[in-house]
Design a binder for this molecule. Structure first.
Ligand SMILES: NC(=O)c1ccc[n+]([C@@H]2O[C@H](COP(=O)([O-])OP(=O)(O)OC[C@H]3O[C@@H](n4cnc5c(N)ncnc54)[C@H](O)[C@@H]3O)[C@@H](O)[C@H]2O)c1
Length: 255
């Protein structure tokens, strides 16, 4: 791994991460803790999240705050944002990362299943942004990063509720960037390519998928969670202070 960039302005900033306990989210939590930021995160994976807190405290001498929370429960999510601010001060970096890419054949989708996918993959992003806006405005600015996906750009099938939710992320980004920009709150979309998380390796990365990656990417290496975290650090930092309402893609050149 190359040495990660250091952004001195991220030290002591309060960061809120959804789904920060495993996968790309765990890399985000770790990357921001390593910058000296104060990180609060929500997740439903309690054992993995608690193990991450212990590991980061041992490695960096500061523990992130884990708030167990299902992001489908909007009041609980709003309370988790408030708990993070109570512990560490106003949130000035929001990483809307949590999602679930469960596959579903179009003919099996019911209205209840559709709503549930939106309740995980779409709705929470708005309500966390709404919750942090006054904090960021008070602090003189902030950065919101909404996680999209290249899957819908590639025209990937087998999960239409997920691809629709992920395509809609950038609409939210563009709308909020206009509304929040006057308070110097930046809102961007980060689009990961196919990232080799434990879940992806366990469920979806077959030998055929490996061939697909090789054919699709320009760069032959596999995308790792820390490659995505590097972009999130940049977008959160003052180095990106004039970047807003944009998509930033980290996909090895696939899309
Ligand atoms: N891994 C990839 O290849 C890839 C590709 C494109 C986009 N993305 C996007 O990147 C982001 C992170 O993806 P990932 O691969 O790390 O996902 P992941 O499934 O490995 O991790 C998601 C995290 O969110 C948590 N989570 C899921 N449902 C939750 C809920 N209802 N309440 C609270 N927490 C919940 C999970 O426990 C997990 O810790 C997502 O927005 C995803 O759409 C990932």
């Amino acid at each position: 791994m190359t040495r990660p960039a250091i952004y001195p302005d991220l030290a002591d900033r309060t960061v809120f991460v959804t789904g920060g306990g495993s996968g790309i989210g765990a890399a985000l939590t770790e990357a921001f803790v390593a910058q000296g930021a104060r990180v609060g995160f929500v997740d439903i994976a309690e054992a993995e999240s608690r193990a991450l807190v212990e590991r980061l405290e041992a490695a960096h001498g500061r523990a992130p705050l884990f708030v167990p929370c299902d992001i489908r429960d909007v009041p609980a999510l709003q309370a988790a944002v408030a708990a993070t601010a109570d512990a560490f001060g106003d949130v000035t970096v929001l990483l809307n990362n949590a999602a679930n890419d469960q596959r579903h054949a179009p003919e099996t989708v019911t209205p209840e299943y559709w709503d549930d996918r939106m309740a995980i993959n779409q709705r929470p992003m708005f309500f966390t942004a709404q919750a942090v806006r006054p904090m960021m405005a008070r602090a003189g600015g902030g950065s919101i990063v909404n996680f999209g996906s290249i899957s819908w750009k590639l025209g990937q099938g087998g999960m239409p509720a997920y691809t629709m939710a992920k395509a809609s992320v950038h609409g939210l980004t563009r709308g909020l960037a206009r509304d929040f920009g006057r308070d110097r709150i930046r809102v961007n979309t980060l689009l990961p390519g196919w990232v080799m998380t434990e879940r992806q390796l366990k469920l979806w990365v077959t030998p055929e998928a490996e061939k697909e990656i090789e054919a699709g990417q320009c760069i032959p290496d596999r995308l790792m969670p820390h490659d995505i975290a590097e972009m999130a650090l940049f977008l959160a930092s003052d180095a990106a202070k004039m970047c807003t309402a944009q998509e930033f893609t980290v996909d090895g050149g696939w899309s």
